[in-house]
Unconditional design. Structure first.
Length: 296
């Protein structure tokens, strides 16, 4: 990476940190208000914080394994890693995604099909083909299962160089495994939740992976702005993506599918990219050489 590229990453990182700082200041101000002795929330605040921390941790850790391991590694091979580290990330994906675990091998094939056939009848998930997000996600689920169970004819070019740990994938994808994770989530809320409305977060835990998927595959093909005039309907859903870890820069990604940094414009900070640079620096992964047309 040249000095200009490093400066851009650093500038965007500072913007990201300041955004997080503002959010934490707002949360701190709200917590002070709720913790005031006259507030009726004073006794439930620690419980509320525990629930929020658990939910936020699940959201971002699940999302990180999806964007880092399933998307940028399994589907696009933007970097390499040893078989040992690959198994580590298999296990981390299982822990962080839990009941909505997605097979890295099946995900890689599914996503390659999406790029090859975006917004056509052969696209596994497109709002152009399906007229509502539930119908789209049901079709995606059926194709994903067919890929997992190897009942679908797939061209060999989409099946090259995929992370493959069949015994682990088989167990992690069973209903038994998913039910166990569901019971873990329920147990946490039974132990800590003090208000009925807190249990409304449980379905989000159960279907965390598909929720992340529908946000990008539906909304980032319908709403947002476009930096590039692609043949599909991809859009950048969020101008500053602190909620989807760079995944919402969908138009950028569809334009430069092999680019590990999904952000392009000055405000488009990709929170996953500095993690990739760090893991590359310490030797966990090795970034492939990529001639960046944006930097050029």
């Amino acid at each position: 990476m040249n000095w200009i590229g490093c400066a851009a990453v650093y500038r965007n990182f500072i913007i990201f940190c300041r955004t997080i700082q503002v959010l934490f200041c707002l949360l701190y101000a709200i917590s002070l208000h709720l913790a005031h002795p006259t507030s009726r929330f004073v006794h439930t605040l620690p419980i509320l914080m525990a629930i929020l921390i658990f939910f936020i941790a699940h959201w971002y850790l699940s999302l990180f394994t999806q964007t880092f391991f399933l998307h940028r590694y399994a589907a696009h091979k933007m970097f390499t890693m040893s078989k040992g580290w690959e198994k580590v990330f298999f296990i981390l994906t299982y822990i962080f995604q839990g009941s909505s675990y997605l097979s890295p091998r099946a995900y890689g094939i599914l996503h390659r099909l999406h790029h090859a056939h975006a917004d056509t009848e052969l696209d596994p998930h497109s709002p152009v083909v399906d007229d509502d997000p539930f119908k789209m996600m049901l079709r995606t689920r059926n194709i994903f299962v067919a890929i997992e169970e190897e009942t679908m004819d797939i061209h060999p070019k989409y099946m090259k160089d995929l992370p493959d740990w069949r015994p682990f994938d088989t167990w992690a994808s069973t209903r038994t495994s998913r039910y166990i994770w569901g019971l873990i989530y329920i147990g946490f809320y039974v132990a800590f939740a003090t208000q009925w409305w807190m249990f409304l977060l449980l379905p989000l835990h159960f279907f965390m992976g598909p929720i992340h998927g529908v946000i990008i595959n539906w909304f980032a093909h319908k709403y947002g702005y476009r930096n590039f005039d692609t043949k599909d309907t991809s859009r950048n859903f969020l101008p500053v993506d602190i909620f989807m870890m760079g995944e919402s820069y969908h138009n950028n990604h569809h334009t430069y599918g092999g680019r590990p940094n999904f952000g392009i414009r000055w405000h488009e900070f990709d929170p996953t990219y500095p993690v990739i640079l760090l893991l590359n620096a310490v030797g966990v992964i090795k970034l492939k050489k990529y001639k960046d047309p944006v930097a050029a």
